[in-house]
Design a protein around this ligand. Structure first.
Ligand code: SAM
Length: 290
């Protein structure tokens, strides 16, 4: 289907059901088939896969995944979309639609009950304010997920994907890349949606590594160290790490020295590996304080 006919098909479904778009639910439906193909490719969906889609809309992406995956569970908050999805997905016995708010779903239980215990892939094109919390929930709560493909505001994708010494590199880059290899899957400028949103989007792929790449002794201390390091961007690490609140200045100096990191450097210059060694020294000294 070319872009025009995808646009036409979406319009027809929306008109037939007299569907009213909700701005607060972030309802901008994708109408560009190239981006749809890129998302499916980015998620590396293959036979035998179990997929969770959040926010299927009228089922454009859902259908494509249903062609290959073993099972797709699509969670949609808007009950007015349910009869539409029943129609657009009627050919697929391997797709189950659940009318719920993803923020109220027990994902572990869902995977146990409906997705063979996982592992799963997560696909989502959601209102932006809930996308990052959901991605972090999947990564931090040990949910068995192998690939996450999400549509986010371009700036958020740039931050998730950023490397050290760039303006976009920050706590979100470290948090995501601590678990995943990242990949920009597709650009989705505003004209690729119906109705057109006010911002351009990017589809980012997060591929969760099977083995943890960075040896971290205490994850809580690791994330606190990262947060403090980026807390005051223009300060040197020696100063910004005082934000940790539990080490003296001398102890911060010691941690930096033992991790082989110059105290005059700034947080945005540290690789994740360096954050890991620094956090391990912070953790060791903190343990000695006890
Ligand atoms: N996946 C479709 C597409 O790409 O064309 C629709 C994407 S649209 C940007 C976002 C969808 O997420 C809407 O269908 C909206 O109703 C749904 N949604 C919004 N908040 C949600 C939530 N908390 N839980 C589940 N679905 C939600």
């Amino acid at each position: 289907m070319d872009r025009l006919s995808s646009h036409k098909a979406t319009k027809e479904v929306v008109q037939k059901h007299n569907f009213k778009f909700s701005k607060s639910l972030g309802q901008n439906f994708l109408i560009d088939t190239n981006v749809i193909d890129s998302i499916i490719e980015g998620a590396r969906v293959k036979e035998g896969d179990y997929v969770i889609e959040v926010g299927p809309g009228i089922g454009t992406l859902t259908k494509e995944m249903g062609r290959t995956a073993e099972k797709v569970v699509a969670i949609e908050i808007d009950k007015t979309l349910i009869p539409i999805l029943e129609e657009t997905l009627s050919d697929f016995s391997n797709i189950e639609v659940i009318n719920k708010d993803i923020l109220k779903v027990d994902v572990q239980e869902l995977i146990e009950e409906k997705l063979n215990g996982g592992p799963v892939k997560l696909i989502a094109n959601l209102p932006y304010y809930i996308t990052t919390p959901i991605v972090m929930k999947f990564l931090e709560e040990d949910i068995p997920v192998t690939d996450i493909v999400v549509m986010v505001q371009k700036e958020v994708a740039d931050r998730m994907n950023a490397k050290p010494n760039t303006k976009d590199y920050g706590a979100l880059s470290v948090a995501v890349q601590y678990y995943c290899d990242t990949e920009i899957v597709a650009k989705a400028p505003r004209h690729m949606f119906m109705p057109q949103p006010n911002v351009d989007s990017t589809v980012i792929g997060l591929h969760v590594r099977e083995e943890m790449k960075y040896p971290v002794d205490n994850e809580d201390i690791f994330f606190k160290t990262v947060k403090a390091s980026f807390g005051q961007r223009r300060k040197t690490l020696l100063n910004s790490l005082s934000g940790l609140g539990f080490l003296s200045k001398d102890q911060i100096k010691q941690a930096l020295q033992e991790a082989n990191i110059d105290e005059k450097r700034r947080g945005e210059t540290l690789s994740i590996e360096e954050f890991a060694s620094l956090a391990n020294e912070v953790n060791r000294i903190n343990d000695e304080n006890k």
